[in-house]
Design a protein around this ligand. Structure first.
Ligand code: TPP
Length: 516
């Protein structure tokens, strides 16, 4: 068995059985080994940022890592923006980066680079496997590192000769590290905070956004009369009918500060103290009001559910049941203009149970979370790292992790163009993804930001950098050119009709939502 075969068998045994990649010469033995190890599902992506975005979406839904296969330094650097987003989401990911043979590395070839230096800033765990004998052990350590809660980025550099040489048997999986429990002092401090008079808020993230964690958080919020709030952008939030109502912090700093203005007691659970997304000239750079008392119950990656259980016990709230959102069917949009409101209303009317919504809808999608709060239960995956071009790739991974669930991928036209080749992989793999491209022909948010940063002198040359209307992007042609069924709609009724149709069909498709 060569190194590549042993690596693949080791990964499969450790529960990593999907690999998103874009290989090159140095990865040929890894590719060849796929036939010997059919348990590994290999998914070809036509740009490395799609591979890492897909691995992010997979991890968010499957709650275990996928592998990526990247071609030396350039493949890795192409991949990094979506590694950044995944890191901010707390997603597990194992990046296998091919490298020249050990004896060839020093030869300063066209493709040689310092891969470790390129990978280090975004990797929680990083190692070059130097011998075929060490490869299986390195691989299980990489998987365990990736599975460290809430999820980490592990990078395994794989020299070509380590891949092709005779190796040892696959290594047995290692247990993933457990979430550390928070100490009693933090539970006590949070309980005391919630006993104080004044406005209270629970700010939740990580495992408090789902399942038991969310129920516990809601019960504590209910019993202590606290608002239950999450960050603007979360990796995965369970929401809709039957789930707790969670307020979302607004994106713009002024609005977020306003939402937090009267909070006297803030308990932070599985996330961090909120800060503005950007700084602006002559504007405050804080979100919390001066007098807000803050207690951190659990950091991301700590045992959030256990901490919530203990807090609930300490508060004596065991009898309190969680309040959940009622199901409220939404009527089709009555608007004639296809704008952000009509889009959100249509989505709310049609969102099916168990849908996975990937949200990089930008300015035209901003009402969608608000208006779908009472839709059937669904999961919401946001862009956690602010690097656009995550939605179409993340949808690939989410659909592969949950093939029985429909994925609705909301993307601005600007964001979609960053990683558009993801459509090809969606089509090739026959994934159940509906891509809703919110085509406003503009980098609209940046027009807003241009005003907000106070760049008053901006003129036509500046505005031209924020328009994407000439030449007009034809998403129907672009999608069909990649083998995907596509249609353009320019009215709410047409959107309603085409989205209904798309939900009936099982295959992937694209709807260009021509915003007017
Ligand atoms: C990788 C990366 N490059 C550039 C940006 C800056 N940026 C933020 S939003 C945006 C445009 C988004 O346009 P679109 O997706 O069409 O949404 P809209 O603002 O029009 O609603 C850009 C270029 C970014 N966030 N990430």
């Amino acid at each position: 068995m060569n190194g590549a075969q042993s690596l693949l068998r080791t990964l499969v045994a450790a529960g990593v059985d999907v690999c998103f990649g874009n290989p090159g010469t140095s990865e040929m033995h890894f590719v060849a080994a796929l036939d010997a190890v059919p348990e590994m599902r290999a998914v070809l992506c036509l740009f490395e940022g799609i591979a890492t975005g897909a691995a992010d979406g997979y991890a968010r839904m499957a709650e275990r890592p996928a592998a990526t296969l990247l071609h030396l330094g350039p493949g890795l650097t192409n991949a990094l923006a979506n590694v950044h987003n995944a890191r901010k989401a707390g997603s597990a990911m194992l990046n296998v980066v091919g490298e020249h043979a050990t004896y060839h590395r020093s030869k300063n070839t066209p493709l040689s680079s310092d891969i470790a230096a390129l990978a280090a800033p975004l990797s929680h765990w990083l190692r070059c496997s130097e011998t075929p004998a060490s490869l299986p052990r390195d691989a299980v350590e990489a998987v365990a590192a990736a599975r460290t809660p809430p999820g980490q980025i592990a990078t395994l550099i794989l020299p070509a000769d380590v891949s092709w040489s005779e190796s040892t048997a696959p290594a047995a999986p290692l247990a993933a590290p457990a979430r550390p429990k928070v100490d009693d002092a933090r539970v006590e401090a949070a309980a005391r905070q919630l006993e104080q008079a004044g406005k209270r808020m629970l700010l939740i993230g990580d495992a408090a956004l789902r399942g038991k964690g969310l129920q516990l958080a809601e019960r504590i919020a209910c019993m202590s009369d606290a608002r239950l709030v999450c960050d603007t952008f979360t990796g995965r939030l369970e929401r809709g009918a039957g789930r707790a109502a969670v307020e979302r912090l607004p994106y713009f700093a002024e609005q977020a500060a306003q939402a937090l203005a009267d909070v006297q007691h803030l308990v932070v659970i599985g996330t961090r103290v909120p800060v503005p997304f950007f700084a602006y000239p002559n504007k405050p750079d804080e979100l919390l009001a001066k007098g807000t008392n803050v207690t951190v119950l659990a950091e991301p990656g700590e045992d959030v559910v256990d901490a919530l259980e203990r807090l609930l016990d300490r508060c004596g709230a065991q009898q309190t049941s969680a309040r959940v959102q009622p199901y409220e069917p939404a009527a089709p949009s009555a608007r004639t203009k296809l704008d952000a409101k009509a889009f959100a209303e249509t989505l709310a009317a049609l969102l099916p149970e168990q849908a996975i919504v990937v949200d990089e809808g930008g300015t035209e999608g901003f009402l969608a979370p608000l208006l779908t709060a009472h839709a059937p239960p669904h999961d919401w995956l946001s862009n956690t790292g602010g690097s656009i071009g995550m939605a179409l790739p993340v949808a690939i991974g989410a659909a592969i992790a949950c093939p029985e669930r429909p994925v609705l991928c909301l993307s601005g036209d600007g964001g979609a163009m960053q990683t558009l080749q993801a459509l090809w992989t969606q089509a090739r793999e026959g994934l159940r993804v509906i891509n809703l491209i919110l085509a406003n022909r503009s980098y609209r948010i940046l027009n807003v930001e241009l005003e907000r940063v106070g760049a008053e002198q901006a003129g036509g040359r500046a505005r031209r950098m924020l328009r994407i209307d000439e030449p007009q992007l034809d998403f129907v042609a672009l999608a069909t050119g990649m083998g995907m069924a596509a249609v353009r709609v320019d009215s709410p009724s047409a959107l309603h009709r085409e989205l209904s149709r798309a939900l009936e069909a099982q295959g992937p498709c694209l709807i260009e939502v021509a915003i007017n």
